[in-house]
Design a protein around this ligand. Structure first.
Ligand code: KG4
Ligand code: ZN
Length: 341
């Protein structure tokens, strides 16, 4: 392809209003993220109605800023990309409507992107040499997927969570030990002062699904431990509980991932999603991959949590394949990975 492909990407599936301009799938010209976290913190989690309303408030401003920072105008663009699922329906709709309006007004092609495909594609931005096939562990607030990336846009899900997502477990445990929302970054921080071997929490095995995960038992084990301490009048060492919980999550994630790499005989492994910004998790995977002689890829933390640059990267590979959506594109809250609607 001789001409540069410049994509304006929009992401509004949860509580980040984001827009980015990405060149040829791998070069980020701008990446604007308005985080609504402060608005939701008082409620202890994301309130969907508040998220939608704030997206409406911010979306135009964020898009304009992304174009401005990239130094481009709508005339320079090749396509408009947007996350259309999975996520909160009212939140997704704001981004989808904005993208459709711009595509209609300019006549530019419209490309709907799967949110998880976006997370995986953050790795293409951070690592220019990375190409499929590889195995990717996607760990976010809503998803825990172990994915075989066979080619651009071609995925096989090897394992998934049966109950809570990894990020959800971090958020729930953080709430239980009084750290507040969002829990992931807070557990990450306080764990550095704790002993990960202080308490032996369970490492769940799911009987019939070799690479499936389960985190609800771990969450209950932490709650039981806290209740037990309270009943016995024992003091709770928050840093030790956080570090021990985190270690249990990491052990299971690393264990399953390494097993999958071995079985599928792949020599490249990547991580993605909000939980992939966890410092101890990043280190544990780095060590495990080095030990196995597997090349390890990871996006910088800002590309792990929700952003639109990753959507622009994923959209590029759809664009060159000829994928286009019509103006009837809708938000699909439970969109499956690899499914095209
Ligand atoms: O990918 P993301 O921004 O949104 C979803 O698509 O869900 O992930 C958000 C999740 C939250 O559960 C948050 O607590 C978790 O990622 N998270 C972390 C860290 N930073 C964010 N979990 C562990 N350690 C972190 N440093
Ligand atoms: Zn996400």
């Amino acid at each position: 392809m001789d001409k540069d492909v410049i994509i304006l990407a929009i992401e509004s599936s949860c509580d980040e209003t984001a827009a980015a301009v990405v060149k040829n799938g791998r070069e980020v010209l701008s990446n604007v993220i308005f985080s609504q976290i402060d608005l939701h913190t008082v409620y202890g989690g994301v309130v969907p109605e508040i998220a939608s309303r704030k997206h409406i408030d911010k979306i135009n401003q964020v898009i304009e800023e992304a174009l401005q920072k990239a130094g481009v105008t709508l005339e320079d663009l090749s396509a408009i990309a947007v996350t259309y699922g999975p996520g909160l329906v009212g939140a997704l709709l704001v981004g989808v409507s904005a993208a459709k309006a711009i595509a209609f007004a300019t006549g530019l092609p419209l490309i709907g992107v799967h949110h998880i495909e976006g997370h995986i594609s953050a790795n293409y931005i951070a690592n220019p040499s990375l190409e499929p096939p590889f195995v990717c562990l996607v760990v976010s607030g809503g998803h825990t997927h172990l994915v075989s990336v066979k080619d651009y846009g071609e995925y096989e899900i090897l394992g998934r969570t049966r109950d809570d997502a990894a990020g959800e477990a971090f958020d729930k445990v953080a709430r239980a030990i009084g750290l507040g929302y969002p829990g992931g970054p807070k557990i990450d921080k306080i764990s550095k002062e704790g002993n990960p071997e202080a308490i032996r929490f369970p490492r769940a095995k799911v009987g019939d699904g070799e690479y499936d995960f389960s985190f609800s038992g771990l969450k209950s084990a932490v709650l039981n431990y806290l209740n037990g301490c309270q009943m016995k009048g024992e003091e709770i060492n928050t840093a030790d509980v956080a570090a021990s919980f985190q270690q249990s999550v990491i052990d299971v994630l690393v264990g399953h991932s390494m097993d999958a790499i071995e079985k599928y005989e792949l020599d490249k492994f990547a991580i993605a999603g909000g939980v992939a910004s966890n410092a101890s998790l990043r280190q544990a995977f780095e060590e495990a991959c080095a030990k196995k002689g597997v090349e390890f890829f990871l996006p910088p933390p800002v590309l792990c949590t929700d952003n639109a640059a990753m959507i622009g990267a994923a959209a590029y590979y759809e664009y060159i394949k000829g994928v286009r959506h019509g103006y009837d594109l809708n938000a699909v809250p439970n969109l499956k990975l690899g499914e095209r609607l």
